[in-house]
Design a protein around this ligand. Structure first.
Ligand SMILES: Cc1cc2nc3c(=O)[nH]c(=O)nc-3n(C[C@H](O)[C@H](O)[C@H](O)COP(=O)(O)OP(=O)(O)OC[C@H]3O[C@@H](n4cnc5c(N)ncnc54)[C@H](O)[C@@H]3O)c2cc1C
Length: 288
């Protein structure tokens, strides 16, 4: 196995163009597991850890640009004010060691339906910045996940980062696992309120072949809040509204039975998570 070690982003893109089958490695918390279990043996590893630009994040014209190499620990400590949903999700990933190494770009690269960064990225309507020597593409998060552990990257493309406009309202992330820590999600849900646009964002994890939005639930809640004048009055959220929202979130799922949980349990869990998330987010919105 050859180890390619670019020092700059331009060099990384040139190497990926020259060796499209090279497997990128950032924190290595997914890649090294695959290698150690001998699940595959790539001819080339493309080590991105020396590309300093990937480990940066910055405000950019009202948006946050988040480099693919930013770790969960840094999202927690540096970005919880801008992106509380992603910070909450980051806090639930693995152990401190995994959070110190594991990155948002690596979660996107792996594109596991259970990856914890995906639901808040979907809810915030993030866009993934994919680059190659041919140019740059901004891929909306809900078009990025194309199948189980598959994403929209072309063989010569790398993820440079993610662009996110921080939602103007509260964000929530909830996850159920088979225990309280160091656990892959059995079901996860993220919610973002966008009061500036009177819109709602959602993200479902671990309950479909890909992370996905609950589109009918988003539309229902946004319209119900508008019809009752609640975006402006910030009055009580009717129980019937939060219940219907939760039902629609559960209906958007397409889970399977596996070792971590049954499909039926996942659907039920999602409706509970969705109801909790909307209740917490609404309380926060009223207090703000
Ligand atoms: C003990 C343990 C616990 C874990 N717990 C969780 C958890 O609770 N929640 C969770 O979501 N995940 C968890 N994971 C999985 C893993 O930590 C995350 O998916 C993490 O985000 C991977 O990031 P990384 O930087 O380590 O990626 P890497 O392992 O370096 O790469 C992961 C994938 O992304 C690709 N890749 C990396 N960077 C790029 C790039 N810039 N462009 C294109 N492709 C790229 C790689 O080729 C690979 O396919 C756990 C893993 C372990 C070992």
């Amino acid at each position: 196995m050859e180890f390619l070690q670019p020092q700059t982003w331009a060099e990384a893109l040139q190497l990926k163009a020259a060796y499209p089958h090279a497997v990128p490695i950032q924190g290595g918390t997914d890649v090294m597991v695959e290698l150690n279990f001998d699940r595959y043996r790539p001819e080339y590893l493309l080590d991105l850890t020396r590309v300093a630009a990937l480990a940066e994040w910055a405000p950019d014209n009202g948006r946050i640009w988040l480099g693919a190499g930013v770790t969960y620990t840094r999202v927690q400590t540096e970005l919880s004010g801008w992106l509380p949903g992603l910070a909450m999700a980051s806090r639930t990933v693995g152990s401190p060691q995994i959070r110190n190494r594991g990155t948002i770009g690596g979660n996107l690269g792996a594109a596991s339906p259970a990856g914890d960064a995906h639901p808040p990225l979907l809810a915030a309507r993030a866009r993934v910045q994919a680059e190659s020597v041919r140019g740059t593409r901004l891929i909306p998060a809900d078009e990025f996940y194309t199948g189980v552990k598959r994403n929209a990257l072309e063989p010569d493309e790398l993820i440079k980062g993610v662009q996110i406009t921080p939602p103007a309202g509260p964000q929530q992330f909830c996850k159920i696992g088979t225990r309280n820590a160091m656990v892959i999600a059995v079901a996860a849900f993220s919610l973002a309120l966008h009061p500036d646009r009177q819109a709602v964002g959602t993200g479902i994890g671990s309950a479909a072949p890909t992370p996905r939005r609950a589109l009918a639930a988003e539309e229902f809640l946004a319209q119900a809040l508008a019809a009752d004048g609640l975006w402006e009055s910030r009055g009580d959220l009717p129980g019937s509204t939060s219940r219907r929202f939760a039902d629609l979130v559960a209906e958007a799922a397409a889970p399977i039975d596996d070792v971590r949980g049954s499909a039926r349990y996942r659907v039920h869990a999602l409706s509970v998570l969705a109801r909790r998330a909307v209740t917490w987010a609404w309380h926060e919105f009223r207090r703000a």
